[in-house]
Design a protein around this ligand. Structure first.
Ligand code: CUA
Length: 356
């Protein structure tokens, strides 16, 4: 091989590798890590990407070089020289991929086993999935339940997940952990959160009409804040109907309107409805800031109207909207206290926006 060809091949490989590296690095492909597991998954991802870029650079360089250098003349109809093979080359292109694929397998196996390894003080969270909502409960803390996955930062957490109806799947992109929830099985998922914050938690298995609405949140708190949240939840298991107005945080207060707001958010209501008290801007269903006017039109008291519209959405259809779009399952999937909380939250915010 001439020295010129090697330089040309090397140049082409550097260009191809550079372009591929830019495509890999410049856009933000992965969400920011928020768990130890996500860090290891990201390492595996970049390890594989690096190998891919290396192989891509070689293949692209040889291909472009061959196209340019060995192009046939227009009037050349000769067959190419008969080549039967090259033992050295074949051994090389068997051994190199073998080493690469084996190293990916080893790295993946180590990452998977570390990601599943629970610590001694692992926190247990039971997850119940049903069309179209998640419920999280904390059996070690007197079965406190929450529509949002509350987690302490830095603690090993194991989710024990069951489904009441069809196959669902739980996924928090920032945790890089995802697992199906299958009726009849208890599947497990291990998470060690590393960053305080609120992250989307979504169902990633097509589970029915409301699949796209089956969204909740994972809220990671400092351990002390988490402990006091758990204690507070344990005390106020049944929220009273006294009303304080707080729409700021679903995590640190347990007032009825905050509970209602978290039910509202956890059940995907905001995907379809507009409601200023929840910063919701959905356009699929009626605008819930106008509930007072709708109730008048339906000729019902506001509270009964809101309650019935959640439990039996087809009972009254606001002109301009269609039947059977809103899931009719909330009557079963919401507990009585969740239903009461979201009804009183909606009534309150409707009255407020009605007076404006
Ligand atoms: Cu549950 Cu999709």
């Amino acid at each position: 091989m001439r020295r010129g060809s090697i330089v040309a091949l090397l140049g082409l490989a550097l260009i191809a590798g550079g372009v591929a590296t830019a495509v890999a690095l410049v856009p933000t492909w992965l969400p920011e890590d928020a768990s130890q597991e996500a860090g290891r998954i990201a390492f595996t991802f970049w390890f594989v990407i690096a190998i891919c870029i290396f192989i891509f650079a070689i293949v692209a360089a040889v291909m472009v070089y061959a196209v340019l250098r060995f192009r046939v003349q227009e009037d050349d109809f000769e067959d190419g020289p008969p080549i039967h093979g090259h033992t050295g080359l074949e051994i090389t292109w068997t051994i190199i991929p073998f080493i690469l694929v084996t190293s990916i397998a080893i790295v993946s196996a180590i990452v998977l086993s570390r990601n599943d390894a629970q610590a001694k003080d692992t926190l247990r969270v039971d997850v119940t999935a049903q069309q179209f909502t998640f419920t999280f409960s904390y059996p070690d803390a007197g079965n406190v339940t929450s529509p949002v996955l509350m987690l302490p930062k830095g603690r090993s957490v194991e989710l024990y997940m069951r489904s009441l109806d069809v196959i669902h799947s739980v996924f928090v992109p920032q945790f890089s952990q995802k697992e199906d929830i299958v009726p009849g099985l208890v599947t497990q998922l291990h998470i060690t959160p590393t960053r305080v914050g609120t992250f989307p938690l979504e169902c990633t298995e097509l589970c029915g009409l409301g699949h796209s609405l089956m969204r909740s949140q994972a809220v990671v708190m400092e351990p002390a804040a988490f402990d006091s949240w758990l204690k507070k939840q344990g005390k106020t298991a049944a929220p009273t109907s006294s009303t304080t107005t707080s729409t700021t945080s679903t995590t640190t207060t347990t007032s009825p309107s905050a509970a209602g707001l978290s039910v509202f958010n956890a059940n995907g209501c905001s995907s379809c409805h507009t409601l200023s008290a929840a910063n919701a801007t959905g356009k699929v269903g009626p605008d819930l800031d106008n509930l007072v006017a709708y109730a008048k039109k339906a000729n019902q008291p506001l509270e009964a109207f809101v309650h019935d519209s959640i439990v039996d959405p087809n009972a009254y259809i606001q002109p301009g909207y269609q039947k059977n779009v809103m899931p009719g399952t909330f009557g079963q999937s919401l507990t009585k206290s969740q239903l009461d909380a979201v009804v009183s939250f909606l009534v309150q915010s409707a009255q407020k926006s009605g007076n404006k």
